[in-house]
Design a protein around this ligand. Structure first.
Ligand code: SF4
Length: 331
């Protein structure tokens, strides 16, 4: 699938996306509530761009990625990929979208079938999608393995014969084999040794340049995001609280939660003094989120209005979006 050709159509447009998981209790498994893992998320990604979703573990960023790809069904909202309705697609259209929209998971150990050689696993996917089979598939497998920094003979090896970094290269090669234009990279380096993390990041950057890929890069590591992203979206309790161009975001985060997250990143220059903002309390349960601003139970700047009025994600005069009453005073 070719990326969006019109500059007006974003590669991906997500509107008011919701994923609520039912909580079932009792012998009859009655629904007694919902975990609002993703609760009204809206953002766009331009073709060839890397949009990073950041936030603490459990904030809903991985569920957002999976819901966009329909690995889990959405509770509500709209996802458009190059102008096509992803959530309503079926049959051939869905098969085409599945090929064009790929995912690289966090854990390369569980992402691969231990009983299949790498060549057989990638070849099977090529066959299922009707791209190639037989000798043609074998050539394609070798081509993508080499493109991802492995050797052609690795196609005969089993997953356990690879190191963690090599396995993640295999997972990326498997995604690349289908010639996608959009990849969700869900914490793609967090299960890897620090020594090889940068190699995988460099590979993703290199592939993006070569194939003009569009990335949704999901990470809790703001140092990595600084290297990878063009724009950043910060999630808290299933909602986006700030969306900004990377440079602006790292220079001056506007939302108090973004400020706290960024204050925790170490700076390489010892002459730069940075005040760490320590957040008190735990993240509230997404099954029982607080009224008003979801961050108000931990926010160092909380005001009365924050306890009852939900701040909407609104554009600022500098073009970024923030959900905070301090940035958009309530009249
Ligand atoms: Fe803090 Fe209030 Fe802004 Fe929420 S709306 S982040 S509680 S100041």
């Amino acid at each position: 699938m070719t990326p969006a050709t019109s500059p007006e159509i974003p590669a991906l447009a997500v509107r008011d996306l919701k994923k609520h998981f039912p909580i079932r209790t009792g012998v009859l498994s009655r629904v007694s509530g919902h975990v609002k893992a993703v609760d009204g998320v809206t953002f766009e990604i331009r073709a060839g761009e890397t949009f990073a979703l950041v936030g603490e573990s459990g904030c809903g960023k991985s569920t957002t990625g999976r819901t966009i790809l329909r690995l889990t069904s959405a509770t509500g909202g709209d996802v458009q990929f190059n102008g096509e309705d992803v959530l309503a697609a079926s049959g051939d259209r869905m098969r085409r979208l599945r090929k064009a929209m790929q995912i690289v998971f966090q854990d390369p150990y569980s992402a691969l079938n231990p009983r299949m050689t790498v060549g057989a696993a990638i070849g099977e996917i090529l066959h299922v999608h009707g791209i190639a089979s037989g000798a043609e598939a074998r050539e394609r497998v070798k081509e993508v393995l080499v493109r991802c920094g492995l050797e052609a003979y690795h196609s005969w090896r089993y997953p356990h014969e690879f190191s963690g970094g090599q396995r993640q290269r295999v997972v990326i090669a498997r995604a690349l084999a289908l010639d996608p234009s959009f990849i969700v990279a869900d914490e793609p380096i967090s299960a890897l040794d620090v020594s090889i993390q940068s190699q995988i990041i460099n590979l993703l950057v290199d592939l993006q340049e070569s194939y003009r890929l569009t990335y949704l890069f999901i990470s809790h590591d703001l140092s990595v995001v600084r290297h990878m992203a063009d724009r950043v979206g910060v999630m808290y309790l299933g909602k986006l609280v700030e969306v900004a161009e990377k440079r602006e975001f790292y220079r001056e985060p506007l939302h108090p939660y973004s400020q706290a997250l960024l204050s925790a990143i170490p700076v390489s220059d010892p002459t730069v003094k940075k005040k760490r903002i320590i957040l008190v309390g735990d993240v509230p349960s997404p099954a029982n989120p607080p009224a008003g601003c979801p961050f108000h139970t931990r926010c160092p700047h909380v005001m009365d209005v924050c306890r009852s009025v939900v701040p909407e994600l609104k554009a600022t005069d500098t073009g970024r979006q923030v959900a905070c009453h301090l940035v958009h005073p309530v009249s």
